[in-house]
Design a protein around this ligand. Structure first.
Ligand code: CA
Length: 220
């Protein structure tokens, strides 16, 4: 028995996947293709995708945002959990990576739920706010350049309805947030944002040791 989070040994991690991962074939194939990609570390963990899908269902979300789409695994997990008339606006700057995503979204039959915007996400988010879409989204997933996380967070918080959820990936930054010698801007940006969220009374907060740290910020 333990009243703190267990270190996840390889054996325990495999066990967790064995007894709980329900990954559809199309997602398994996308994950396998992405694993051969030079930037494969940008892919989220499969148990994380399943968890995010559960959150989307739990909330009854119909409108979702994603900042950082890469080859589309997280978007696929979220889009599959949306109702047929749901919408995910996915932001990425790479037409090349997201071309892989589009193939799998088509195969999975959810392409019509995903509105991919190839542009800097800060521009797309500002446009959505200019269009009067603030307060209309249920769910947002942030998984892009760490230096801009705070700006993404502020935009997403504005775009969410009260009771909407922002999910932020990599809030342990590969464990580097506890290395006082690590002054790289991406680590410092995450560390500053973690500190800010701790005291942010606009949200309810939970940081889960899922994958590389997954922060949930529920808008009040
Ligand atoms: Ca990530």
């Amino acid at each position: 028995m333990s009243n703190r989070t267990l270190n996840l040994t390889d054996a325990l991690y495999e066990y967790m996947l064995d007894v709980s991962l329900r990954e559809p074939e199309v997602m398994r194939r996308l994950r396998a293709e992405t694993a051969r990609h030079p930037k494969s570390e940008m892919q989220i963990a499969p148990e994380q995708g399943q968890f995010m899908a559960l959150l989307v269902r739990l909330m009854g979300a119909t409108r979702a945002l994603e900042i950082g789409t890469f080859t589309g695994y997280s978007a696929l997990a979220v889009a599959r959990a949306l109702p047929a008339d749901g919408q995910l606006i996915a932001c990425d700057i790479s037409a090349e990576y997201t071309a892989i995503a589009r193939r799998y979204w088509e195969t999975a039959g959810v392409a019509d739920r995903i509105d991919l915007r190839i542009a800097p996400a800060l521009e797309t988010l500002a446009i959505l706010r200019d269009e009067g879409q603030a307060g209309t989204f249920d769910f947002a997933f942030i998984d892009a350049d760490k230096e801009a996380y705070d700006a993404y967070y502020e935009h997403c918080l504005a775009l969410l309805r009260p009771g909407g959820l922002v999910v932020l990936d990599n809030t342990f930054r590969d464990g580097r947030v506890v290395n006082a010698e690590d002054h790289s801007e991406s680590v410092q940006a995450i560390h500053r944002l973690n500190e800010k969220l701790r005291h942010d009374d606009r949200i309810h907060l939970s940081l889960l040791p899922v994958a590389d740290g997954l922060t949930l910020a529920l808008k009040q």
